[in-house]
Write a protein that binds this ligand. Structure first.
Ligand SMILES: Cc1cc2nc3c(=O)[nH]c(=O)nc-3n(C[C@H](O)[C@H](O)[C@H](O)COP(=O)(O)OP(=O)(O)OC[C@H]3O[C@@H](n4cnc5c(N)ncnc54)[C@H](O)[C@@H]3O)c2cc1C
Length: 424
């Protein structure tokens, strides 16, 4: 019940020990409440890259005061390794390869986990309202990530498949395979065209990866089992001048070339402007009849944040100072995709969460360090972020299957970067 995912893959190459048996969750909330006055209680809201690494860091910290309780909260009971979600969408990997139960970590490290949906934060009362009751804290680390942004396009929001979580990746896989099944007994030409057209909005790493993986699923795997008399159309739409814009330009060009070589159509300099009568409408007026629109554009603030009385920068992320403290709330910190640093901004990448965590945690212990700027003068992510930003190359060339390229290349490095890890 509690250990929902089984993980064989340890993406960071660390041994976190054997998988822990499921523990009884009920009653832990009460236990957390009852320690009031014993030592500081740190709640970490959200167990993604920012939250999980914050928990691990604080749990390992030799400086934490005696009696400190660290409790990680998440609505699901497993960590998701988002960079590999595209492979789940194509069926190349299963859910067990990209998830790790939090219990694996709590078995080895001194923090607790509670599965709970957080509804709202009440900073004045120092408590969270959650699906398992109200939880009070002495310190709160907000790491709730972001939610897709649709820029007011309601029809797009209703139609598009978001692409942020394991659930979304599985839904996309099921949609693709389901459409192929329907296609077998559909004779209407217009319907057939829409069924086999897949538009991906956003040519960043997530969109580019999902385009490559869908192409692999629909053009390499599906024809082995189905008699498809058309070549599925996969269209990647990017509003900027080039896909993979946050990478070194040579790496971005290589990604573009590889995708096109595989048959992905790439439209740059246009945006998805709407979805009408079964067609994706582009900003230049072109319409693409497609049942499937995958949305990888824009990260907006979590609904919990918008519901709560917290300062936000231009209606976006939680406003934090250089120590990642929420402005006006000295005992709340915000890390990862849900924050907005007043003076500078990390890109929304997995690298940012752990980097920010290391800047924030010391100040919980009262010896804060500044969160330094990680953007270059041009506004592009610095190498600190680029180093761990990943692009998949599997299926894209001989000998590269299951391997990934990381954009370690700085301005003078090789355009291909080097292999970040290899699964088999
Ligand atoms: C498909 C995809 C691929 C990506 N690939 C890369 C990559 O290759 N390299 C890279 O650097 N970055 C990549 N990213 C970006 C990276 O995943 C994010 O920047 C990073 O996860 C942000 O960390 P976070 O802790 O802020 O939020 P998240 O990792 O999103 O974690 C937020 C957590 O909060 C939980 N949560 C949210 N709301 C609630 C609630 N109300 N109650 C309880 N729990 C809640 C969620 O379940 C989740 O576990 C990718 C993102 C996606 C979606």
């Amino acid at each position: 019940m509690f250990v929902d995912a089984a993980g064989g893959c340890r993406p960071h190459g660390r041994d976190y020990g054997d998988r822990n048996d499921a523990r009884v969750l009920s009653g832990i909330a009460a236990a957390v409440q009852s320690v009031s006055g014993v030592g500081p209680r740190i709640l970490i809201a959200g167990g993604g890259f920012g939250g999980l690494y914050a928990a691990l860091y604080l749990a390992r910290s030799p400086d934490r005061p005696p009696g400190t309780r660290i409790v990680l909260l998440d609505r699901k009971n497993f960590f998701t390794f988002t960079p590999l979600l595209a492979e789940v969408a194509s069926g190349s990997l299963g859910r067990e390869h990209v998830t790790q139960p939090y219990r694996v970590y709590t078995a080895k490290h001194e923090f607790e986990f509670l599965q709970a949906d957080i509804h709202v934060i009440e900073p004045q009362r120092k408590r969270l309202v959650t699906s398992i009751g109200q939880l009070s804290y002495d310190y709160l680390v907000l790491a709730l990530g972001g939610e897709p942004r649709y820029f007011g396009m309601e029809e797009v929001e209703r139609t598009a498949l978001p692409y942020q979580s394991l659930r979304h990746a599985l839904a996309l896989r099921d949609r693709g395979v389901g459409l192929v099944e329907q296609f077998q007994h559909t004779s209407d030409k217009t319907r057939r065209e829409a069924m086999m057209s897949f538009v991906i909005a956003g040519g960043g790493p997530a969109g580019s990866e999902v385009a490559g993986e869908l192409q692999h699923l629909l053009c390499d795997v599906v024809p082995r089992y189905y008699d498809l008399d058309v070549v599925p159309r996969i269209v990647l739409v990017e509003g900027g001048e080039e896909i993979l814009g946050q990478f070194d330009p040579r790496l971005a060009r290589e990604g573009h070339r590889l995708l096109e070589e595989r048959g992905v159509e790439i439209f740059v300099g246009v945006r998805v402007a709407g979805y009408e009568s079964g067609s994706v409408v582009l900003s230049d007026g072109e319409r693409i009849r497609a049942d499937t629109l995958v949305w990888t554009v824009g990260v907006g603030p979590s609904r919990v944040v918008t519901r709560s009385d917290l300062p936000r920068a231009n209606g976006g992320g939680v406003e934090v100072d250089e120590f990642l403290r929420v402005v006006g709330c000295p005992n709340i910190y915000a890390v990862g995709d849900c924050n907005h640093i007043v003076s500078n901004r990390l890109s929304a990448t997995a690298a940012a969460g752990p980097i920010q965590k290391s800047r924030r945690s010391p100040s919980i212990r009262g010896c804060g360090r500044r969160a330094t700027s990680r953007t270059t003068s041009s506004g592009a992510p610095s190498n600190a972020t680029r180093r761990t930003t990943l692009a998949r190359s599997s299926h894209w060339g001989p000998g590269k299957r299951w391997s990934r390229l990381s954009a370690t290349a700085g301005p003078d490095g090789p355009p291909g970067g080097c292999t970040a890890w290899s699964i088999s």
